[in-house]
Structure formats: structure tokens, C-alpha cells
Ligand binder design. Sequence first.
Ligand SMILES: Nc1ncnc2c1ncn2[C@@H]1O[C@H](COP(=O)(O)OP(=O)(O)OP(=O)(O)O)[C@@H](O)[C@H]1O
Ligand SMILES: [Mg+2]
Length: 165
Amino acid sequence: MPVFKSSSLEFISRSTEQTRRVGMRLGALLQPGDVICLVGDLGAGKTTLMQGISSGWGSLDGVSSPTFVLVNVYRRPDGQRLYHLDAYRLNGASEAEDLDLNAMLESGPLVIEWADRIQAVLPGERLWVTLEWVDQEQRDFMITAQGSHYQTLLHDFRKHVFGVS
Ligand SMILES: Nc1ncnc2c1ncn2[C@@H]1O[C@H](COP(=O)(O)OP(=O)(O)OP(=O)(O)O)[C@@H](O)[C@H]1O
Ligand SMILES: [Mg+2]
């Protein structure tokens, strides 16, 4: 049973497919300027969630782990962009500064894997998603809204996924 609070939401995903579906619900709500931070160990499901986010947002491109490029850019028929940054290989916040996140945020939403590694350069207002391995098929999600815009986003997300607000 999900736990309902105004600025956070916790639930268990029971399968890869369910994580993708949850991601689709979130992706459908994203607007340019939105910052979504994904945090969790190797194999927690960050990229799997991103696959759903990208398809819910409307991307026609497939998602891959940005292992060799730091940032993947997905496009939509209307010309909007969705940015997917993997901070795993960045040497801390100073390298992230070189990426000019603000320029990305002007033209699309930004989703960041391993966001905890570059906290210093991230906006204080964001949606913070922590994924934890429970067992082979289950992952614990803790989503926290930081800032009023993200409280609204989380409210809408909760309504779409669980049918309650
Ligand atoms: N409930 C679940 N949600 C998400 N992934 C799951 C779930 N159950 C099993 N899995 C599997 O766990 C793996 C998650 O891998 P994924 O690449 O998404 O993790 P990641 O957090 O991006 O790791 P990395 O830090 O290495 O990039 C996939 O193989 C996926 O099929
Ligand atoms: Mg990944």
C-alpha cells in the first residue's frame, strides 16, 4: 500500500514492466525546465524508469544508458527535447558545471541518473526519486518533491498512478 504525504510518495514496483509504466506516467507530465533526479545503486532501475519516462513524454527514440556519451537527447515530433544525463562518470560537480544544465533546461526537461553525485550544481527545486533493490523483481521507490512546482507535479503523478489525490 503506498504511503501518502503531501511532498513524498513511497511504493514498491513489482516488475521491470511496472517500473516502465510508472515512468510513462511521470514522463507524460514533464515540461521544459523540470529536473528529475534518479538515485540508486547499480541495477536499481534508473535507466528502466527512464525508458518509461521517455516513451510517456512522447519520444520516438529508444533509450540507452548514456555510458559513452554523458547526455542523451530524445526528440519528439513537435521539436521538443528531453535530456538524459548520467552523472556516474562525472568527476563531481565541477565537471557537471561544464555541461551547462541551464541551457538544457531552457529547451526541455532533464532527467539525471546518479544525481547525488552532482548535487552542488543542481537547482534546489526538483523531484528526487530514490530507487532501492528489494529483491530480484521488486524495487522500493521513494519520491520527494522539493519546491512547490514539484509538489504539484507529484500530486498529479499520484493521481494518475493511484487514482487518488
Ligand atoms: N521492479 C523492477 N524495476 C526496475 N528494474 C527491475 C525490476 N525488477 C527487475 N529489474 C531489472 O533490474 C535491472 C535494472 O537495470 P537498470 O539499467 O535500469 O539499472 P540502473 O539503476 O540504471 O543501473 P546503472 O546504475 O548501472 O545505470 C534491469 O535488468 C531490470 O530488468
Ligand atoms: Mg542506468
